[in-house]
Design a protein around this ligand. Structure first.
Ligand SMILES: [Fe+2]
Length: 472
């Protein structure tokens, strides 16, 4: 434009300059936002083994790495897991509700595994069933040796207008930044009731021979949250632990031994993809690292799964996966593309509200876009604005030792509404069947500060345009 102007009359040149200023301004005003927040760049390093957050609880055979997750379809079941180190000890969980104080008990099972030259402690998993909704329960593990008591609150009964608050963390690891992220989540006054975890837990595989001691330290580090509220697990690439060079060829071995999920309750045949209902949300968990092509078990399951979602019962349809489909960083760019090609038409057809992913160690939120028109010969291969499509959120910014993804594609593509290379967590706060308030919190701010936020309008009950940039 400038060159064209210089070869024309001065009047025309002036017009061109003004026009280009207007065009530039409109691009700046209407496009997505790349945050100009500058954090102090420091190396992200793991906390040393003698850190207080990794401390082994005192007492003979004391239960450690205590964690809970949903244990059934609707939230009346809880899987309680813990590790004992000296001997197997009891598999019993004793529990009682705050209301009745009548003690009950459930029996679990114990497992051990070996990984190269590492032998695990005794890993206990026990499912407690038929709990009352919306009730505080106490539970005790370590019966017969050193007993430890924890508590949790069951969710309200599944229903369309039940408010509920989910936390979101991904790619957490066990660095000093990870500790900051978890503290900010715990201290956030919005108070997440259940955490949706989008994969990459311990990063033990970054150590020589995938040193599984770092799976144990991670379990002790996060106990302060996950022993008291369920974390809903998604697998990431750091859960694969595939190491043929040391004879370890069974993918997901440490992860599947340590973290159980209620996959059978949703008729899944493997723990890597499954679904749960919780309050007013239907949550589908997918595996970026299990086969997902046509005819595969995950594909067949998901094909049957979407039609089961009843938005009159659970208005909010949330999908978790590890590798994002819409990412504009130069890290893991297009890694989610093959899965997107397979499944995106279903996400649009069934009006998924939001997709949370991790993998990229930064934060990004998309507009509602889809890219499903392409048929090899028509050339229609760009994302377009689509009010039936989900918002895609990358929340792989938990703070693991690999550090931040800071390098972004330029210019920011129109599908990207907001992006920022900072560590943090998010909250998805469902108010009723039509509205949910979403906020992302960077670790450099005070606990209550929203660095990015958006009101979600439910795609089934209130499918109004909720985009935050004008030309998305
Ligand atoms: Fe990852």
């Amino acid at each position: 434009m400038g060159e064209q102007g210089s070869s024309s009359s001065s009047c025309f040149a002036g017009f061109v300059v003004v026009l280009s200023l207007v065009l530039n301004a409109s691009v700046l005003c209407n496009g997505g936002k790349t945050s100009n927040f500058v954090r102090k760049v420091e190396k992200t390093i793991d906390m040393p083994l003698d850190s207080d957050v990794f401390r082994v609880p005192p007492g003979y055979n004391a239960p450690q790495q205590v964690h809970i997750t949903q244990g059934d379809r609707v939230g009346k079941g809880v899987i309680v897991s813990w590790v004992t180190q000296d001997e197997a000890g009891s598999n019993t969980v004793i529990y009682w509700s705050e209301n009745t104080k009548q003690k009950k008990q459930a029996e679990g099972k114990v497992y051990t595994y070996k990984f190269y030259n590492y032998t695990s402690g005794y890993i206990h998993h026990c499912t407690i069933r038929n709990l009352e909704f919306n009730t505080k329960y106490y539970y005790v593990v370590g019966i017969g040796h050193t007993e430890r008591t924890f508590w949790f609150t069951t969710p309200p009964e599944v229903g369309p207008d039940v408010p509920y608050t989910f936390g979101l963390i991904g790619d957490l690891g066990q660095s000093f930044d990870s500790n900051s992220t978890l503290t900010h989540y715990e201290m956030n006054p919005r108070k997440g009731q259940t955490l949706l975890f989008v994969g990459d837990l311990s990063y033990a595989d970054n150590y020589p021979n995938h040193d599984n001691v770092r799976w144990d330290t991670w379990g002790r580090f996060v106990e302060r949250s996950v022993a008291y509220q369920p974390w809903i697990w998604t697998v990431g690439n750091h859960e694969i632990d595939f190491a043929p060079e040391i004879g370890e060829t069974k993918p997901f071995k440490p992860y599947t031994q340590r973290y159980h999920v209620p996959y059978r309750a949703s008729e899944s045949t493997a723990p890597f993809w499954y679904s749960i209902k919780r309050a007013s949300a239907y949550i589908i968990v997918l595996s970026s690292y299990s086969a997902y092509g046509k005819y595969t078990p995950q594909y067949e399951w998901l094909k049957e799964e979407f039609p089961k979602v009843n938005r009159s019962e659970t208005p909010w349809l949330i999908v978790l996966m590890h590798s994002p489909w819409y990412n504009s960083y130069n890290y893991h760019y297009m890694e989610g593309e093959t899965m997107r090609v397979m499944y995106e038409p279903w996400f649009v057809k069934y009006k998924v509200d939001v997709v949370f992913a991790g993998h990229v160690h930064a934060y990004e939120r998309s507009e509602r876009v889809s890219n499903i028109a392409y048929n090899v010969i028509n050339g229609l291969c760009s994302p377009v604005k689509d009010q039936s499509a989900p918002v895609y959120i990358t929340i792989g910014d938990g703070g693991n030792l690999e550090g931040l993804a800071t390098n972004m594609t330029e210019p920011q593509p129109p599908y990207s509404a907001y992006r920022e290379a900072s560590f943090g967590h998010a909250i998805f706060d469902i108010k009723n069947r039509t509205h949910a308030y979403y906020s992302w919190h960077r670790n450099q701010d005070g606990y209550a500060v929203d660095a990015d936020s958006m009101w979600f309008f439910n795609r089934y009950w209130h499918p109004m345009d909720d985009s935050t940039t004008a030309d998305a």
